[in-house]
Structure formats: structure tokens, C-alpha cells
Write a protein that binds this ligand. Structure first.
Ligand SMILES: Cc1cc2nc3c(=O)[nH]c(=O)nc-3n(C[C@H](O)[C@H](O)[C@H](O)COP(=O)(O)OP(=O)(O)OC[C@H]3O[C@@H](n4cnc5c(N)ncnc54)[C@H](O)[C@@H]3O)c2cc1C
Length: 369
């Protein structure tokens, strides 16, 4: 396989893949239309929460998320060392909250199967729950406590990944405008940027997030991948007593160490628009006092939005095309921050012709073609 590798897209996935590859001795470049981390990756709440996110059954996606959570501590340690940048990373633990007695049975079932996968989840009811998170609303009658879940400050993590990549010699081309794959041959690919630069590359890795669908025609494959807008807001609350992520069916609150409470997130279809709407933020603010009543009196000081790369079946595209010269690493939807280390390791393993640590059978990029 090629020693020189080109990555299309400088979000968390492109940067993580570049970082891992450069650590394994490859020469890497990233082509980014605007700024690294400027899209979904910089907008994320940063939760590392596979047990809260996946409650139904332990499918391949759950296993992928679990492996990535396992990789996180060492991964972050190394990035902090290499970048010499600090950013928030915490195993705060999380509470998966429910409002109805009938839901307790479902929590029990969830706890039982997830504990077989090492969740160490505990079912907390009534006072037990209040002791763990005293400001929680009385409307929440029970929660699963997941001690291993946590979060990162996503913009800080992405900035450190970028800095670590630069220090290791990754060439990062930003502000290229739209970069188009104009020709693909068995042993090379030609990309052209709208600002007039041409790149001829043997090995190409597609990390272009919600924009990957635009490659369907040139590659003659089907890539059902769509942007799902997430609107999200933050409070600079006087109440600093919250210590866990609180996750409910209608939204979540993530307490950051800078004192803000991040409240997310909508899931709406708005094409590639990243505008914030009154309705989108209102849906969050109308609900969040059902998690923490004191929020009813507070107003978010900041709101923003990003485009999650969603695929038709909810699974990412991770794998090689048959010519082995194009590799996909995109479509991570709600979990790209969590999945960045495992994706980076898998892609580097594929390039080195090694068996990835986790099965990627379900994530093959040609599964819709
Ligand atoms: C509100 C919100 C909250 C979220 N919360 C969480 C969370 O708590 N935990 C979690 O794990 N995940 C979360 N996510 C999901 C996570 O942010 C995404 O899964 C992840 O950022 C996807 O990373 P990416 O690198 O694939 O995409 P992106 O960050 O979108 O990066 C893709 C990059 O490719 C570039 N690009 C695209 N096409 C081209 C082209 N033709 N030429 C040049 N450059 C191109 C873009 O400019 C962009 O920079 C959240 C997302 C949102 C929106």
C-alpha cells in the first residue's frame, strides 16, 4: 500500500486518522475546504456515552462504540502529550433518566444486557438518585447510572488533534474551497479544489462527513448519507452543583468544567444549513427544566448548530473499495467524537493490511450498491 496518504476532510475523523497514520510512519496530508473542525466536530457536546446511546441490543455498532470508549484514556493522554495542549476529558459518569414507572422494567432489561458488556450500570430510584444528583427534577423517577461514561470538550479535543498532527508533520491544506474527486484510476486519484489546486494521490481516505454523498457519481456507488442538523445551546448557570451527564429521551445536559451546562440537541432536516432557529432552541428550553427545574428561570447564553453525518441504516461507512485505493471513514452520525480513536485504528490497520480489532463487516461502504 501507499506510503503517502491523502485525507479528504479535516473533521475529527480525518484528523484522528491522520494522527494515527503519522504515528505509524506514513506521510499524510489533509484537504479541507474551510477550517479543520469547523463543521460537526466543533459543534458536538462531546459525550462518550455508548451505553446511554445504544439501549436496544449489542450489535456491531455497539461493539465499535465500546472499543472506542476503551481506547479513549490512552488516546487522549498521547494527544495531550504530542500537542502540548490541555482540554477537558472526564469520566464524569452519566445518568440515563426515565419519567414513568413503566420504564423501570425497560431499564432493568437494559442494565442486565449492558452489564454483560461491562457497563457496571446501577439502577437508582428515588432517594438513591437524589443523593447522586440532588438538583434533578422530582419528575425523574429512576435512572441508570453509568460510571464509565464521560465527555470531552469537543472544540478543545479537535484543536489538540490538529496541533498534534501539525507537530508530527501532517500537511494540512485549509481554505481550499470545495475539493472534487475528478478522476479515479486503479493506481491514482485526482482531486481538484475550487481555488484551483490539483492533487494526484495514490491512497485516498474519505472523511468528508455529511458531504460524502457527492462522491456517488464519480465512484458509481450508492452512499445514502445525509446531514441531520443538531441545534444545541449552553447556559452559564449560577448553579454549579451538577456533576453527571443527564441523558433523557428528549435531550441531555452535559456539565462542563468551565461552568457551562450544554443542552442538546435537536435532530432536524435542513439540508446543509447550520443556522439556529427559535423553534429548535425552544424545543430544548421547553424540556430541560424537566431534568433540572432551576433551568426554567435561566436563558441560554450561546447557541449553535452542526450537521451530523447520518446514513440510511445508522451505521458508518468504514472500509476499502475493491481497488483498495479509496477508503471510507464517514457517517458516524451522533457518535463521531466517541468513535474517532477506533476509526483511526481501523483505517490504519486496513492500510497496513492488518485485521481490524473490531469487525467492520456491517460498515462496508458498498453495502447499498
Ligand atoms: C449538535 C451536535 C452534538 C453532537 N454531540 C456528540 C456527542 O456528544 N458525542 C459524539 O460522539 N458525537 C456527537 N456529535 C456527532 C459528531 O459531531 C459527528 O459524528 C462527528 O463530528 C463527525 O465527524 P466528521 O469528521 O466525520 O465530520 P465533520 O466534522 O463534519 O468534518 C467533515 C469535514 O470535511 C470537510 N469537507 C466535506 N466535503 C469536503 C470537500 N468536498 N472538500 C474539502 N473538504 C470537505 C468539511 O468542511 C468538514 O470540515 C454531535 C453532533 C452535533 C451536530
Amino acid at each position: 500500500m501507499a506510503e503517502n496518504i491523502c485525507i479528504l476532510g479535516g473533521g475529527v475523523i480525518g484528523l484522528a486518522v491522520a494522527y494515527e497514520l503519522t504515528n505509524r510512519g506514513f506521510t499524510v496530508k489533509i484537504l479541507e475546504k474551510s477550517k479543520c473542525g469547523g463543521q460537526a466536530s466543533g459543534a458536538a457536546a462531546g459525550m462518550l456515552a455508548p451505553f446511554s446511546e445504544i439501549g436496544e441490543d449489542p450489535d456491531d455498532f455497539f461493539r465499535l462504540c465500546l472499543e472506542s470508549l476503551r481506547l479513549y484514556p490512552d488516546w487522549i493522554k498521547k494527544i495531550k502529550e504530542d500537542s502540548a495542549l490541555e482540554f477537558e476529558y472526564t469520566n464524569s459518569g452519566s445518568l440515563y433518566a426515565v419519567y414513568h414507572e413503566a420504564d423501570i422494567l425497560a431499564l432493568e432489561t437494559r442494565k442486565n444486557w449492558q452489564n454483560r458488556w461491562g457497563a457496571n450500570a446501577e439502577l437508582l430510584i428515588g432517594d438513591e438518585l437524589k443523593n447522586v444528583e440532588p438538583e434533578l427534577s422530582d419528575e425523574i423517577i429512576a435512572a441508570l447510572y453509568y460510571p464509565q461514561e464521560g465527555h470531552v470538550y469537543a472544540p478543545g479535543y479537535v484543536a489538540a488533534l490538529e496541533a498534534a498532527c501539525r507537530k508530527k508533520g501532517v500537511e494540512i491544506y485549509e481554505d481550499l474551497g470545495h475539493v472534487e474527486l475528478i478522476e479515479t484510476q486503479p493506481d491514482y486519484n485526482v482531486l481538484q479544489s475550487s481555488n484551483g489546486q490539483t492533487f494526484t494521490e495514490k491512497q485516498l481516505i474519505i472523511c468528508s462527513g455529511a458531504w460524502a454523498k457527492e462522491l456517488e457519481d464519480v465512484l458509481s456507488i450508492k452512499l445514502p448519507i445525509y446531514p441531520i442538523r443538531g441545534q444545541i445551546c449552553a447556559y452559564q448557570s449560577a448553579n454549579q452543583s451538577i456533576s453527571h451527564i443527564v441523558y433523557s429521551s428528549q435531550g441531555y445536559i452535559v456539565p462542563k468544567e468551565n461552568g457551562t451546562l450544554v443542552n442538546g440537541a435537536s435532530e432536524d432536516i435542513a439540508g446543509f444549513q447550520t443556522t439556529v432557529t427559535e423553534k429548535g432552541i425552544q424545543r430544548l428550553t421547553n424540556w430541560n427544566h424537566k431534568m433540572f427545574p432551576f433551568l426554567k428561570k435561566e436563558t441560554p447564553f450561546h447557541h449553535w448548530a452542526g450537521l451530523r453525518p447520518a446514513t440510511q441504516d445508522g451505521y458508518p461507512f468504514i472500509g476499502l473499495l475493491p481497488n483498495q485505493k479509496i477508503i471510507f471513514a464517514t457517517g458516524h452520525y451522533r457518535n463521531g467524537i466517541l468513535l474517532s480513536p477506533v476509526t483511526a485504528k481501523i483505517i490504519a490497520d486496513l492500510i497496513e493490511d492488518k485485521q481490524p480489532v473490531v469487525s467492520i463487516e456491517s460498515f462496508q461502504p458498498l453495502r447499498f450498491t
